[in-house]
Design a protein around this ligand. Structure first.
Ligand code: APR
Length: 238
């Protein structure tokens, strides 16, 4: 009798700023607590945007330019290779607003905190691709109001596609967290959600994250080295 084909191994991978660090994109929580010389409340909250839309749009225009000039590193590329292997069913959930996973070849990516490459009208909620330079005076192509903002989830707002993420997480065989400090919820809680559902958990990060003790296994080092090593193990052991 023919052996039944083995079901693909389901892996949910959470990524944060650390995976893009070696592509030259700065992480958020440096020692000075500032984000590109700004307080987080000024540039990453709806209140900050209301107080000074030009400052906030300029901040994201600069971040978009940095992201566009950056290249995917071996960590992004290795995850795309894992995703392309039919023995695995991979979902990448990223907190990053750059597009380095996609440019590294990944297809199944959820941007839970939005994207630098999207614009949204905060009046009628329609979305369109972000121009290179976004201005507060840009009219919405749908309703004509001057209410353009980057399609980014700010503090106090609800991340995107959470039901889909939690469903995939609970059904996974393995949850891997890469390059995130574990300070921002709901992503910081994924390790507990996974553990509660009996899903194995692995941390790959430069330093121990805030939630490091909750993982079954932790490896600490730079993502561009650790991630390709881990992917190679998966591809050879499968
Ligand atoms: N390789 C692996 N990990 C790295 C590397 C690297 N080369 N460089 C830094 N790190 C790790 C740091 O040790 C840190 O734990 O990446 C983590 C980055 O943490 P944060 O700067 O806090 O970024 P992140 O966890 O993605 O932030 C979450 O907070 O500001 C909000 O919405 C924003 O999506 C962001 C969210």
């Amino acid at each position: 009798m023919a052996k039944p084909a083995r079901a693909p191994r389901k892996i949910v991978i959470l990524t944060g700023a650390g995976i893009s660090a070696e592509s030259g994109i700065r992480t958020f929580r440096a020692e000075d607590g500032l984000w590109e010389e700004h307080r987080i409340e000024d540039v990453a909250t709806p209140e900050g945007f209301e107080a000074d839309p030009d400052l906030v749009l300029d901040f994201y225009n600069k971040r978009r330019a940095v992201s566009t000039g950056a290249q995917p590193n071996p960590a992004h590329i290795a995850l795309a290779q894992l995703e392309a292997d039919p023995r695995f069913e991979v979902l990448i959930v990223t907190q990053n607003v750059d597009d380095l996973h996609e440019r590294g070849g990944a297809r199944n990516v959820i941007h839970m905190h939005g994207s630098l490459y999207g614009a949204i009208c905060h009046a009628c909620k329609s979305r369109w691709p972000a121009p290179e330079i976004m201005r507060a005076s840009d009219p919405c192509p749908e309703c004509g109001q001057m209410a353009t903002r980057p399609d980014i989830v700010w503090f106090g707002e609800i991340p995107y596609r959470m039901d889909e993420i939690w469903t995939a997480l609970r059904a996974a065989d393995l949850f891997v967290s890469i390059g995130t400090s574990g300070n921002v919820y709901p992503a910081a809680g994924f390790v507990q959600d996974a553990a509660r559902a009996g899903v194995a958990t692995l941390e790959l990060n430069l330093d121990p994250s805030t939630g490091t003790s909750r993982f079954d296994e932790c490896r600490h080092g730079p993502a561009a080295t650790l991630v390709p090593e881990w992917v190679k193990e998966q591809l050879t052991q499968a």
